[in-house]
Design a protein around this ligand. Structure first.
Ligand SMILES: [Zn+2]
Length: 51
């Protein structure tokens, strides 16, 4: 739970780092990649980090 190592989808302009992020958890397996991909942090993950 909480902040994890970053991951992203090749289909999205953002990366995720929070285990509660719906968008991050709904990434299809074939589009899932480890790391930030040089993208910006997802807004939903940002909000979760403040809760
Ligand atoms: Zn996210």
């Amino acid at each position: 739970m909480g902040i994890k190592n970053p991951w992203h989808s090749v289909k999205q302009p953002v990366y995720h780092n929070h285990s509660e992020c719906n968008t991050g958890n709904n990434i299809e397996k074939e589009n899932w990649r480890s790391g930030t991909g040089g993208k910006r942090l997802c807004d939903e993950c940002k909000d979760w980090a403040r809760k």
